[in-house]
Design a protein around this ligand. Structure first.
Ligand code: HEM
Length: 307
């Protein structure tokens, strides 16, 4: 062997294939109960869907059931993944960030299964699948959301963070908000009238986006008053949006729909759930503020060093 070939043989490969760490391990490689529980929570809906199919609950409508359930879980988990950073600020509990990537990738897995279920429904006729995606606006929107989520999942490894560089990686991962908005649109376009869950998810999404926008200038996660005001504003928006949609779709007087929000005999309208969730976050922020005040002030590093 010449000296040049032996040097080539012994040199470390530039991009060695490194398998990602097991999802239940923390950054130091230790078993994390929290991560393992979240992983279990991500797997459970899929297991539940498969179990119901295996038990024959939906034998006649199996593919429709699969499309609906995988889509529904994909969007729930996607919205949850977007809530993790604000939650970390409000709850002031750093380990929650350990599961952000796992939750985001889980949303992608459910979307991928959702597309597979659709292909199965179309009897693997890929030309038909492609033409439906091109011709039906709600499917085109879903496809763009899926493409964005694929890019995010592929670049979610530590190696990709290193390769792209922190700034570019963070910029790319802002596409999660666009994917979230498109996914909400894809879901909402399938209903003639607003349904409770899509209205709730859309309202939570608006809450999260408003929180992000306001956080650029204000530390909203640590201000219970601002959190409460934001929650009231988004709940009002949910009630107005719902009334406007029903008014436009049916010609009903939007004022009557709005008034239905105050009639608790039949059911609570989505705006109340949005308000309850927002005020729940506010209550947590209040408790955190109280606990912080009760804790003795930590001496600064300089004081601790006796300078
Ligand atoms: C190529 C991409 C996609 C295709 C072909 C697709 C296809 C479909 C189809 C055929 C339906 C059922 C419509 C019906 O019941 O008539 C559906 C529903 C749904 N999809 Fe997608 N979708 C795609 C992407 C996405 C993405 C990215 C998300 C969310 C992250 C999503 C979430 C949903 C939801 C929540 C529903 C409604 C489920 C329900 O009925 O409750 N889809 N999709």
């Amino acid at each position: 062997m010449t000296s040049r070939t032996s040097a080539r043989a012994t040199a470390a490969p530039r991009f060695a294939l490194r398998l990602p760490a097991a999802p239940w391990r923390d950054r130091a490689g230790r078993f994390s109960t929290f991560k393992a529980l979240v992983l279990l929570a991500m797997i459970l809906p899929g297991a539940w869907i498969l179990a119901r199919l295996a038990l024959g609950h939906y034998s006649a409508l199996a593919t429709e059931y699969l499309i609906e359930e995988t889509g529904a879980w994909a969007i729930r988990i996607l919205v949850l993944s977007l809530a993790i950073t604000p939650l970390r600020r409000v709850v002031d509990w750093a380990p929650i960030m350990l599961v952000r990537r796992m939750v985001g990738v889980s949303a992608f897995v459910y979307v991928a299964l959702h597309l597979c279920a659709y292909i199965l429904d179309q009897k693997f006729d890929l030309v038909r699948v492609a033409s439906e995606i091109v011709l039906r606006t709600y499917l085109t929107i879903g496809f763009v959301a899926l493409a964005l989520l694929t890019a995010l999942a592929v670049t979610s490894t530590d190696a990709m963070v290193k390769r792209l560089g922190g700034r570019r990686w963070r910029l790319l991962h802002k596409a999660a908000y666009v994917a979230g908005a498109l996914a909400i649109l894809h879901q909402s376009m399938q209903f003639k009238l607003p349904e409770v869950e899509p209205t709730l998810l859309a309202s939570f999404f608006v809450w999260l986006m408003a929180y992000r926008a306001l956080s650029v200038r204000l530390d909203i996660g640590r201000s219970p008053i601002r959190l409460a005001l934001l929650s009231v504003a988004v709940a009002l928006l949910a009630a107005l949006g719902e009334a406007a949609w029903i008014g436009l779709a049916t010609g009903a007087d939007p004022r009557m729909v709005l008034a239905a929000n105050l009639d608790f005999e039949y059911e609570f309208r989505p705006a109340w759930y949005v308000l309850a969730a927002g005020l729940g976050m506010t209550a947590v922020a209040v408790m955190r503020a109280i606990v912080r005040r009760m804790q003795p002030a930590r001496p600064s590093r300089r004081a601790a060093a006796g300078r």
